[in-house]
Structures are given as C-alpha cells and as structure tokens.
Design a protein around this ligand. Structure first.
Ligand code: FE2
Ligand code: FE2
Length: 384
C-alpha cells in the first residue's frame, strides 16, 4: 500500500497545471524475489484526487497493473478506470494511463476519454508500486527458485501454515505450534531447492561429492519438515503435514552463465541464508527448555551449518570454474542484506518452545551476515 503526489500539465482550453494525491495498493504475484533474481509484477486499485489550479477537481478510481522491467529497476504500469470531473466542464470519463517508475520517482501520461483531457507529468510514490516490504519468514533456509525468482508461500499455503498475525489471542502452545506449522512448510520448500541444485551441479560437471552432498541436504530438509510438523502436531493437538510447493522447476542455464548463477545463489541462498538459519536455530536451542523442541532445534542447527558449508564449497568450485565473471558477480552481490524476520507479536514465554522473538532473531541474523561477508571477502581476495 502506498501514497503519492503528482504534478503535471493538462493542455487545452480548460487546462492548466493539474496536481493531486493518489493512494494505491499492489498485490504482488507470488514469485516475487527479495534478492534481485526476479522482476516483480502486481495489480491493485488506484484512487486519484486532483485539481486544475484550485478549481475543477477530478476523482479517478482505477485498476492498475504492471511490473518491473528488470529486477529492482524501472517499472511500467497501466491504469484503467472511471473518472469524474466536477465543475463547469465536468462529467464522467474513462480513465486510462501509463506510469513509469524508477525508485520513488515516476512520470505518467493519462487520458480521460469522454472528457477529452490529456495530462502529462510526474510525481513521487512511497512506497514504489513494486517494492516489497514483506518480511522474510523466521527460521529461513535455502529457498526454491524458479525461472521467475525465489518462490514464496502462496496465501493459501500461508493460511494453512498458521500465518495468524493476530497471535495475541492464542496461548503459548498454540503460538509455538503455529510457528512450527509455518516452519514445516518452509523446510519443505528447501527439498526441491536441493534436488534442483544437485541437478544443476551435475549439468555443469561439478565434482560428484558436491552433488552427493546436495542430495543429502534434500534428505535433511525432509527430516526438518517432519520434525517441525511433529512439533506443531503436538502443540496444536491436530495433525499437521507440510505441503509440497506446487511450482515447476526452472530450466538450468547453460555454460558459464549457469556457473556464475551457481556462485551467486550459493552465496545468497546458502552461505548467507543457511548460515543465518543455522545461527538462529542454535540460538533458539539455547533459549529453549522444552524437551521435544530443544533436540529438534539442535538437529536443525547442525544440519543448516552443514548446508552453509556445502554452499561455501560450491562457491569455491564455481569461482575456480567461472573465473573472472564469477568473481565480478560475487563482488556485485556481496552487500546483500540480512532478511528481516516477520515481526511476530511478542508473547512472553515462547522462547522456551524454541520460538525466540523476531528482534532477537534479527540480531542473530545481522551478526551472522557480518561473519559470512568477512569470509566472502577473504575468499575473493585470495582469488584476485
Ligand atoms: Fe532446513
Ligand atoms: Fe538447509
């Protein structure tokens, strides 16, 4: 959801400088990617109030939809709706428009059919239409990537997976159970991620030991999904089972592009994300006193650490194989941010079930990211 202001010129007899305010919402389609490997697309409502000088006001209600032309880059959005102009030259019109955005700045051309009004101008939108302020799910791991980027849980899966924001109403056990139900789903998404990784490593003739380790990691993630589902079942007193993400795998990139992609994704998805997942699970285990949750968090912490190490091994191999191009690509993505945790409403006492609050997890993530970045710098320095 965002707000904007705009200013432009409407030619013609009744024209002049026209300025106004707008409010909009954008539903992002599911394959959005917080880490820059997929351009975002979306659709949503748009309300504009404007006035020519201080006289004839116009109100438009429209549907707007479009997407980024490149990940995090310029975006193009179309608008279609109804418009009502008050005053002497007033009446009902059909609102059409096209807006191009770059960060918070935009330029637009709009035409009100039946009213015969053209407008050209620009403005500021905050937040930009395709910026995702979505929080990353707590206790992440390796995400599954398709041709369109990192796959997020769909709204339906989220609902099934206990994404109840109004957690204030639940007791400790229910709160912890809903958290583990969501984690079971996220762990499940890491299974196809590792199978895909194994296939892509094979395709690029990576050492067999890396392929074997990726397959073993897929088995670990299946175990994690089961551990989390069992905890959720126990806490919620109803059967919980993770759902396999229903999305097609991507076509592997051929040649050096594929090796560079493996280098970059090993850094982001493995060295960073699984490193953070390991550190967060280790923290959760330390804070936890529940007899079932603590051993589960310990197992997850140890496995995620191994998965992070696998990512470092793949990164080193990809650097050797990919040479200058892989080196340059890694330099470009070394500043990736730590994903922020979903701000679960703080409920005292849930750490004991292995559910530390989001602020503590964010702190752990930032510390871990710093360590990973230093290690990457050392790896890159050794090869430059
Ligand atoms: Fe995992
Ligand atoms: Fe993992």
């Amino acid at each position: 959801v965002g707000l904007g202001v705009f200013l432009g010129y409407q030619p013609g007899e009744a024209g002049g400088f026209e300025w106004g305010f707008e409010a909009f919402a954008t539903h992002h389609f599911e394959h959005d990617d917080a880490y820059g490997s997929g351009a975002r697309t979306g659709i949503g409502p748009l309300l504009q109030l404007s006035t020519v000088g201080l006289r004839d006001s116009r109100m438009s209600l429209a549907v707007q939809g479009g997407g980024e032309l490149s990940p995090g880059g310029a975006a193009l959005t179309g608008e279609l709706g109804l418009s009502y102009r008050m005053g002497e030259h007033g009446g009902l019109g059909i609102h059409t428009g096209i807006t191009s955005e770059l960060s918070i700045l935009n330029a637009a051309f709009r035409y009100q059919w039946l009213l015969n009004e053209a407008w050209i101008g620009g403005g500021i939108r905050y937040v930009p239409s395709y910026t995702s302020l979505a929080y990353y799910e707590a206790v992440p791991g390796r995400p599954f990537r398709t041709d369109r980027g990192r796959v997020h849980m769909s709204s339906a899966e989220r609902l099934r997976a206990g994404d109840r924001r109004a957690a204030v109403d639940c007791d400790e056990l229910e709160y912890a159970g809903l958290g583990y139900e969501r984690d079971a789903q996220l762990e499940c998404a890491s299974i196809p991620a590792f199978l895909q990784l194994a296939r892509e490593l094979e395709r690029h003739d990576a050492p067999q030991v890396l392929v074997t380790r990726a397959l073993a990691a897929a088995a670990d993630e299946l175990h994690h999904a089961k551990l989390c589902a069992d905890l959720a079942t126990g806490y919620l007193q109803r059967p919980v089972a993770p759902v396999w993400p229903n999305v097609p795998p991507r076509a592997a990139l051929a040649g050096s592009d594929g090796v560079v992609q493996l280098a970059v994704e090993s850094w982001i998805d493995g060295c960073v994300m699984e490193g953070i997942a390991a550190a967060q699970a280790a923290y959760a285990a330390r804070e936890c006193s529940d007899r079932t949750a603590q051993p589960a968090q310990r197992v997850i912490a140890a496995d995620e650490q191994r998965h992070a190490e696998l990512a470092w091994s793949i990164l080193e191999w990809a650097l050797r194989r990919g040479g200058e191009a892989a080196h340059a690509a890694l330099c470009a993505v070394r500043t990736v941010d730590a994903p922020a945790c979903r701000p679960e409403s703080a409920l005292a006492g849930v750490e004991r079930y292995g559910r530390p609050d989001a602020r503590a997890l964010d702190r752990v993530a930032c510390e871990q990211l710093e360590l990973s970045r230093k290690r990457l710098d050392a790896v890159l320095a050794a090869r430059s």
